[in-house]
Ligand binder design. Structure first.
Ligand SMILES: *[C@@H]1O[C@H](CO)[C@@H](O)[C@H](O)[C@H]1NC(C)=O
Ligand SMILES: *[C@@H]1O[C@H](CO)[C@@H](O)[C@H](O)[C@H]1NC(C)=O
Ligand SMILES: *[C@@H]1O[C@H](CO)[C@@H](O)[C@H](O)[C@H]1NC(C)=O
Ligand SMILES: *[C@@H]1O[C@H](CO)[C@@H](O)[C@H](O)[C@H]1NC(C)=O
Ligand SMILES: *[C@@H]1O[C@H](CO)[C@@H](O)[C@H](O)[C@H]1NC(C)=O
Ligand SMILES: *[C@@H]1O[C@H](CO)[C@@H](O)[C@H](O)[C@H]1NC(C)=O
Ligand SMILES: *[C@@H]1O[C@H](CO)[C@@H](O)[C@H](O)[C@H]1NC(C)=O
Ligand SMILES: *[C@@H]1O[C@H](CO)[C@@H](O)[C@H](O)[C@H]1NC(C)=O
Length: 363
């Protein structure tokens, strides 16, 4: 039989560890972070992150983060990222509060291609678990980069960079926002759903990875739902793009692979129930000549299993836009692709389809 002293010492040790972590840590400045992240509940109050500094949360497993107010990021030209979060089994509740990236301070129409150095990405997500109900306004450049270490669901995130559609004093008449990709994704086991992306580049760009679902989102202003550009030595497989609404974008769906890429594969890509209107350039574009558009394609990326299953996807393109273009390298698009659940209306026929394996669709 255990003595009372040993028993109570045992209980004391057993309680000590969880007790110290089940506290609520509160962040209202960067100097609070180290202490607050010793707790498995972290509340973030409204504050302004000093210009030129990143807001970085490295969390204990199982932490719940509650946003309790808006966070603004100070304005300074530097590399970024503005916000980084890492940890396993994290629940991040944005509660509808916003992160303001100060975009107009940086925007010059050049994005990450030149001009002012812009902090990017705005948010670097390295958690498993869920991230939900967060509003993002005015990212300087790319918005989210996602490399989750385990399954992650991003739900009801609202990105509004629409102010960047207009020129400003520094953009020489171009839309001021540029390269404002909503989600740049190189990962496995990720679902992004019920979210809104108003921007000037890809709504999502899937660069590598597997088991990625993009469901019931709304994209407007940008370049559509993209796979790629695909570089050498990567695999993209088991991707589902379903139930999305795409409005006033360059194209609804694009797969682009670098002309010079080798040893990569893109396979088992399923589209269903996506609806697009006001497309400016193409309904769908599959192009192996990137960075050219419909240039001489390479054949080092093998694409297979690109299918449109029910419910039907409907794309309506602008009068001068092309309905569909498929530009494959010799032998690098393979198998049979079922496009019977895709209908594209308006515009003009695409000039290209040099892959004979597409069934159920008339170019
Ligand atoms: C550290 O966090 C705990 C739990 O929230 C809090 O009670 C304490 O005041 C904090 N200490 C400092 C120095 O901020
Ligand atoms: C946190 O979770 C990861 C993934 O499940 C696990 O590998 C790691 O050991 C955990 N860390 C702690 C301190 O429990
Ligand atoms: C950064 O500049 C932009 C554009 O002028 C402004 O909207 C934003 O409020 C500024 N951010 C801060 C934290 O001052
Ligand atoms: C915009 O131009 C003003 C002066 O015309 C300059 O002070 C500012 O740094 C420029 N901003 C960017 C983002 O280039
Ligand atoms: C081809 O790519 C895979 C990753 O998908 C990599 O593991 C492998 O080493 C690459 N092969 C060559 C010959 O580079
Ligand atoms: C294709 O991807 C879907 C969704 O991830 C998955 O359920 C299915 O098993 C995959 N098909 C094959 C043949 O791997
Ligand atoms: C083409 O689409 C854009 C937005 O995507 C729209 O503003 C424009 O009016 C459309 N043009 C035509 C000719 O339909
Ligand atoms: C597709 O067209 C391009 C450009 O004319 C050509 O280089 C390529 O070999 C063609 N691919 C096939 C599969 O015919």
């Amino acid at each position: 039989m255990l003595s009372l002293a040993v028993l109570s010492a045992f209980i004391g040790v057993a309680l000590a560890a969880p007790a110290s972590r089940s506290c609520v840590g509160t962040i209202s400045s960067l100097s609070d972070i180290a202490n607050a992240t010793q707790c498995t509940t972290v509340d973030i109050e409204s504050f302004t992150v000093p210009a030129g500094e990143g807001f970085t949360l490295s969390l204990l497993n199982g932490t719940t983060v509650n946003l309790k107010g808006d966070v603004a990021f100070g304005n300074l030209s530097w590399a970024g990222p503005l916000f980084t979060i890492s940890g396993y089994d994290i629940t991040f509740n944005g509660n509808g509060y916003k992160f303001d990236g100060g975009g107009p301070f940086y925007w010059d129409g050049l994005g990450s291609n030149g001009g002012t150095i812009k902090p990017r990405p705005m948010l670097k997500i390295k958690i498993s678990g869920t991230l939900s109900n967060l509003d993002i306004v005015n990212s300087p450049c790319q918005v989210f980069s996602v490399t989750n270490p385990g399954p992650l669901v991003i739900d009801a995130v609202n990105i509004d960079n629409s102010q960047g559609d207009y020129p400003n004093a520094n953009s020489s008449g171009l839309p001021a926002g540029h390269n404002t990709d909503g989600f740049d994704v190189s990962t496995t086991d990720l679902t992004i759903q019920n979210s809104v992306v108003k921007n000037q580049d890809d709504c999502i760009a899937i660069n590598r990875g597997s088991n990625i679902n993009f469901l019931n989102n709304y994209c407007s202003g940008g370049h559509g739902i993209s796979i790629g550009s695909i570089v050498s030595d990567v695999v993209v497989t088991d991707i589902v793009v379903a139930g999305n609404t795409i409005v006033n974008e360059d194209q609804a769906i694009r797969i682009k692979t670098d002309a010079t890429a080798t040893n990569s594969t893109v396979s088992n890509i399923t589209y269903s129930g996506n609806h697009a209107t006001g497309l400016r350039k193409f309904g769908i574009l599959i192009d192996q000549s990137y960075p050219a558009t419909l240039g001489t394609p390479g054949n080092g990326v093998i694409i297979s299993g690109v299918n449109f299953v029910g419910p039907e996807s409907t794309f309506s393109v602008n009068t001068t836009a092309k309905r569909a273009a498929v530009n494959c390298g010799a032998g690098s698009c393979t198998g049979t692709w079922d496009w019977s659940q895709l209908t594209i209306t308006g515009g003009v026929a695409g000039p290209e389809n040099n892959f004979t394996g597409i069934t159920g669709f008339t170019f």
